[in-house]
Write a protein that binds this ligand. Structure first.
Ligand code: FUC
Length: 798
């Protein structure tokens, strides 16, 4: 009898799976197992632990990563110096800066020869290992195979039928329990062998005991210790040791729990836990899971994840895809508009999913590959590039209502400040803190010696912007005081010391200065100036808010003399350099001199027609085709230029040419920044707030003729929902977390509309003109604006 109930329950699960499949717009699904890690396997993660699920029928491979498992750094043979020279380079820096400020141009190779530095024990992000589950099978044909990633529950699933039996497997990585869970169901008995393989660049000790095993050891290069602790939870049957593996023999569903740890600690200069054994931590994590039933683990995971994921919904009026995701992507742009919208909706939520899966508090931030890596020497070390890539990873955090995912970034930047102070001193003889183009898990803050990619001392200022934006979105003054201000002030102190006077016009400029990965070294390249201007503008406001008036005045004085880096050149373009050097045939992927348009806000599309035209000319000259992240940035640029169709064209290019079958962005190779940059860009098309207004549907493309979005965020602690049709917004709902004035802009407000307010007191209207209404919002207020039924909206679709 008991047996019968068990099998019915399992069969029910299969029925449920196909039902969910038909309804769920937030599902990636495939009809074959993955063979290629980069293109096909499906990512799951809890920010710290990542796994790539292959979905093999007889042999399942879960390739595991743990964010802190890095070679290099302290403990490496031959030592580690954080990229910092023993001797001061300030004299040399000054003399190069002076030559450039006097008008010289230098080849990047020449500067790299003088100021570059060989990467020494920089290290690589590592694969943690492979969890392999092999099952005994009768070898009869497999039918009804499906592999899926359910973004609603952050669960990967595999199901198939064989020899009259049904099989289903669920995989997720739990943030509350800090373990990876694999759950296998079948309507028949299962015999499965479980083992864990690690790469050979580490020592390895294996202990099999009872229903589990521990694999532990240390990386040979730096002694960083690691441990995986695995247990099998059975409801019936047996688990026995089989050499270094476990053998499961059961008629019930069973659960495999994996804990993975290192003794890394994000703390300069040791980067090791002072005490604490990763094997013991992993053991206790698994002990805490104990024999808890799978359902309880799954519910805890789901509740934690959905509290973040479900804040935002987006529909482009398309419903759930009817095609497998690889086919959906392959057919994209070939004329099936409904399927195209389905892919776009899915891709947007996938960006949010990936950010939750690769960035949660208590670990390192999302690197170039998020948290997923299967190599000992991944591309660019799978590190943190700070001349666009790390910043782009976090563009969705605030607008897509996932501010918690930015906490690892803030912690990471905090730990860079102490070595960053040494970088400011040793390289520039300056106060404050800075760093160069790339960094690792080990506080690397010096330059490297790759001529076209080693220079970005503006990175500290750019990273400080993320702290300030977190304040703007949350209005959390404690955060501003305690966390944002010290980072911003340190970055500003650096530039107050490091700026030089341009002998040609008396303006304050950055020198040496280099427009990312492009052109010669000069003085005062546009991006350098725009980033410093952005920092000083924000610091001036923030200093007053935290009561540091004296510093505000210092910043204001410098700001008045600072070259803002906004010049229109002879081709009508926004100049990349202070001198008019642009080549309009050049299609280089970096368009960094548009920083003031995005992520900065110095170019206000509503006010600066000339700069807007110049930015357009620049983007037209560079063209749309590019690498993944570059296309993603251009979505944001065009959205800020209020050109929805062009932004959408960039999104189309990204999905068509820079997206893999598992919907990962490819540079190539796989680089996760494009996923994040594009998700953020899709919000920029629907909502902008960088210039003091809540601007609704600033760049909605014709292709999105009907849709609905909710839960997205505007600066000022405003949560926004919008419904629209081909005539524009039909309903705008604002939820306000703080008291204070709000300016809402939408063409909908030009026609008759209705307002509903969920407050006893009517809001005080400050201004109501044309497409804009300004009012005093209240904390906890909800304001719903709807287009009046009398407003004509002719025609179906344009
Ligand atoms: C920057 C980019 C490259 C690549 C690398 C990881 O240097 O210019 O295209 O994305 O980061």
């Amino acid at each position: 009898m008991r047996h019968w109930i068990r099998l019915t329950a399992v069969a029910g699960l299969f029925a449920f799976a196909s039902f969910a499949h038909a309804q769920n717009a937030n599902l990636l699904w495939y009809d074959k197992p993955a063979t290629d890690w980069e293109k096909e396997a499906l990512p799951i993660g809890n920010g710290r632990i990542g796994a790539m699920v292959f979905g093999g029928v007889d042999s399942e491979r879960l390739q595991i990563s743990e964010k802190s498992l890095w070679t290099g750094g302290p403990g490496s043979e031959g030592g580690y110096d954080f990229g910092l020279p023993a001797e001061s380079q300030a004299e040399l820096m000054r003399s190069i800066g002076k030559q450039l400020a006097e008008g010289a141009q230098l080849k990047p190779e020449d500067v790299a020869k003088q100021l570059g530095r060989k990467m020494h024990n920089y290290g690589d992000y590592q694969s943690f290992g492979d969890l392999i589950l092999e099952r005994e099978t009768d070898g009869t044909p497999v039918t009804d195979y499906r592999r899926e990633l359910d973004l609603d529950s952050a669960t990967a699933r595999v199901s198939f039928k064989q020899g009259g039996a049904g099989y289903r497997r669920d995989y997720f990585v739990s943030y509350p329990d800090q373990v990876l869970i694999a759950r296998w169901y079948s309507t028949s008995a299962q015999k499965v062998r479980v083992r864990f393989a690690v790469p050979d660049n580490r020592t390895r000790e294996m202990r099999v005991a009872g229903t589990g095993f521990t694999v532990s050891g240390a990386l040979k290069s730096n002694g960083l210790r690691y441990a995986a602790d695995l247990r099998v939870i059975l409801e019936c049957g047996t688990v026995t040791a089989d050499g270094e593996a476990l053998r499961i023999d059961t008629e019930c569903p069973f659960t495999v729990v994996l804990a993975a740890r290192t003794n890394y600690q994000m703390k300069y200069p040791e980067y090791r836990m002072p005490v604490g054994d990763p094997a013991a931590i992993a053991f206790f994590e698994n002990a805490a899971v104990g024999n808890r039933h799978y359902q309880r683990l799954a519910i805890a995971h789901k509740q934690d994840y959905q509290a973040l994921f479900q804040r935002v919904s987006l529909t482009l009026d398309a419903g759930a895809p009817k095609m497998a995701t690889d086919k959906l992507r392959a057919q994209y742009g070939s004329g099936n508009a409904v399927a195209d919208r389905q892919l776009e909706q899915l891709y947007f939520q996938y960006g949010r999913y990936l950010l939750i899966a690769s960035s949660r508090a208590g670990s390192l931030p999302a690197n170039l590959q998020g948290v997923w890596n299967d190599k000992a020497t991944p591309p660019w070390n799978a590190d943190y590039h700070v001349n666009i890539n790390l910043q782009m990873n976090y563009w969705p955090a605030e607008v897509a209502n996932l501010p918690e995912t930015a906490l690892p970034l803030f912690d990471f930047v905090d730990h860079l400040v102490p070595p960053g102070k040494l970088a400011a001193q040793r390289y520039f003889g300056a106060g404050g803190w800075t760093m160069f183009l790339n960094t690792n898990a080990w506080g690397y803050v010096g330059p490297i010696d790759w001529p076209t990619a080693f220079w970005q001392p503006e990175a500290s200022a750019w990273l400080a912007l993320h702290f300030y934006e977190h304040y703007l979105f949350s209005r959390d003054t404690e955060f501003l005081k305690q966390r944002a201000w010290p980072v911003m002030k340190g970055a500003a102190e650096f530039w107050l010391d490091a700026l030089v006077t341009d002998p040609r016009d008396g303006k304050l400029i950055v020198s040496p200065s280099y427009s990312p990965e492009h052109g010669p070294f000069t003085a005062g390249a546009s991006m350098s100036q725009q980033i410093v201007a952005d920092l000083f503008t924000n610091a001036s406001v923030a200093a007053r808010l935290v009561g540091d008036k004296a510093f505000a005045m210092r910043v204001d004085e410098a700001l008045a003399k600072l070259d803002p880096g906004l010049r229109i050149g002879k081709h009508g373009q926004l100049q990349e350099w202070k001198a008019d050097l642009d080549d309009m045939k050049d299609d280089h992927r970096h368009v960094s001199h548009l920083f003031a348009l995005h992520p900065g806000h110095a170019i206000d599309p509503a006010k600066d027609a000339a700069l807007v035209a110049a930015a357009r000319a620049t983007l037209d000259a560079r063209g749309d085709a590019s690498t993944g992240w570059s296309r993603a940035w251009k979505i944001n640029f065009w959205a800020r230029l209020r050109d929805g169709d062009r932004a959408h064209r960039l999104l189309e290019g990204l999905l068509r040419d820079s997206t893999l079958p598992n919907l990962w962005d490819t540079h190539p190779p796989f680089q996760i920044d494009g996923n994040f940059g594009a998700a953020a860009g899709m919000i920029e098309m629907l909502l902008q707030s960088q210039n003091g207004e809540v601007n609704v549907l600033p760049a909605v493309p014709k292709a999105w003729s009907k849709g609905s979005v909710s839960g997205i965020r505007a600066r000022g602690d405003v949560t926004v929902a919008i419904d629209w049709d081909h005539c524009g917004a039909t309903r705008i709902a604002l939820e306000t977390g703080h008291d204070g004035p709000i300016t809402l802009r939408s063409p909908m407000l030009m026609d008759p509309y209705n307002v509903k307010v969920d407050l006893s007191k009517k809001p005080k209207v400050l201004n109501n003109a044309g497409a804009m209404v300004a009012f005093e919002a209240r904390r906890g207020g909800r304001y719903v604006f709807t287009r009046a039924a009398s407003v004509p909206c002719a025609g179906e679709k344009p």
